[in-house]
Design a binder for this molecule. Structure first.
Ligand code: FAD
Length: 392
């Protein structure tokens, strides 16, 4: 079988690329259904982009690499596409856009776009061997127990990262990168809950509060959730992408209100109130009970000196913690690192060294914040490669 472009991976980036690449394009995937991560994303409603998309909200060894693709296919382009397909959407919080209905609408939309340009999709198809000679990629694939040899002038690797192996994630993109001499930035789990030695927060499991979490100088003001194994919630997931094994994070349990000022003001009118009672006004009750074991919270407000109020406030706003690890690939929403962008053209996602080879989506060392940024990167990088292939 002879085609123009073979795309490996029918996820967000692969489907978008196919929708732009045009006739002579075949997408193959080992999964039973396309876009499985789209289907389960955003609690089944898919947080498909973010109004605030800008390069600063992406992590990469080269922070400039994502700029061109994000500028050429923007959040507004995707919103226009979604609206053109009659998919209703809404902004939830912090610029995050979700479907009003189901995430599967986004998958169906991408399949319709692909069909319209004459691109084909083969599911439950496994790659057995891949070679490249005389400007042709030869892929030996197995489908329905039968082997087929596909010859293509271009190869697009869109097989994603390592996160959630249960959903079909493999290291195929990294193997192919290695095979063709492309360097990797060590992949590691991102947007992932952080773990702590057994039992550290077990008594607080389920407690949630607004917090500011800082890792490596980058802070996020969002909800924090205590779990049986450690810490989670959007603020922790965001910070986890900036955290490395062995490092500390800082948690501000009262980012919006200065506890010292609050306690001093309360002391004036309610000196007989216990300190713990007053703290329950600003922190969840179970957290205050937990902190009683860690900090001196004895006495009434009248007994609280300004100095002690300041020390207490500082403890609540600069809580330094050293996670023992993360929940890892099993639950990580994304993969940090991946194919080194140094080897890729930022306008086309094409290899600088191997003609016709492209890497897109999560396989590449570009990772977005939580909140629709990772899909926007998948759309933008997919469109960048697809458009250049259509033009070529
Ligand atoms: C639970 C969860 C929720 C998420 N929610 C959001 C969200 O709301 N908003 C957001 O922006 N991001 C979200 N993300 C992240 C987002 O899903 C990914 O960043 C995005 O899907 C990456 O797109 P991709 O096409 O590069 O890879 P993927 O979507 O992972 O697609 C890769 C495809 O390649 C196939 N594949 C892999 N290995 C092989 C192989 N060896 N042979 C053949 N096929 C293979 C897979 O089956 C898959 O179909 C979420 C992730 C998870 C895990």
């Amino acid at each position: 079988m002879q085609i123009k472009t073979l795309i490996l991976g029918a996820g967000a980036a692969g489907l978008m690329c196919a929708a732009h690449a045009g006739p002579g394009t075949l997408v193959i995937d080992h999964a039973r259904a396309p876009g499985e991560k789209i289907r389960i994303s955003g609690g089944g409603r898919c947080n498909f982009t973010n109004l605030g998309t800008e390069p600063a909200r992406f992590l990469s060894q080269n922070p400039h690499f994502c700029k061109s693709a994000l500028a050429r296919y923007t959040q507004w382009d995707f919103i226009e596409l979604v609206s053109r397909h009659g998919i209703a959407w809404h902004e939830k919080t912090l610029g995050q856009l979700f479907c009003d209905g189901k995430a599967t609408q986004i998958v169906a939309m991408l399949l319709r776009e692909m069909e319209a340009v004459g691109a084909e999709l083969w599911l439950q198809t496994s790659l057995r061997e891949l070679t490249h000679a005389d400007g042709v990629y030869t892929a030996r694939v197995e489908r329905d127990g039968r082997e087929t040899v596909i010859r293509a002038a271009n190869l697009v690797v869109a097989t994603g990262g390592r996160s959630i192996p249960k959903m079909g994630a493999t290291g195929l993109a990294y193997e192919i990168a290695g095979q063709f001499g492309h360097a990797l930035v060590a992949p590691r789990p991102g947007l992932v809950p952080l773990t702590f030695p057994e039992g550290r927060f077990a008594g607080l499991a389920g407690v949630s509060l607004p917090a500011r979490v800082t890792a490596n100088g980058t802070s996020f003001d969002e909800a924090l959730l205590f779990t049986h194994r450690g810490l989670s919630g959007p603020s922790i997931l965001q910070a986890s992408s900036y955290w490395h094994e062995g490092e500390e994070i800082t948690v501000n349990l009262s980012p919006a209100l200065d506890p010292a000022a609050h306690l001093r003001a309360a002391r004036k009118g309610a000196g007989k109130r216990s300190l713990t009672t007053e703290l329950r006004q600003i922190l969840p009750e179970r957290l205050v009970a937990h902190l009683t074991d860690q900090l001196d919270l004895s006495g009434n407000l009248a007994d609280l000196s300004d100095k002690r109020a300041e020390t207490l406030s500082d403890s609540l706003r600069n809580w330094t913690l050293r996670p023992s690890g993360s929940e890892g690939w099993r639950t990580a929403e994304v993969t940090l690192g991946g194919v080194d962008t140094d080897g890729l053209n930022s306008k086309t996602m094409a290899s600088k060294t191997v003609p016709g080879l492209h890497f897109i989506g999560e396989a590449v060392d570009v990772t977005g914040w939580l909140g629709g940024y990772n899909f926007q990167w998948a759309w933008a990088s997919g469109a960048a490669a697809g458009r250049s292939l259509a033009a070529g």
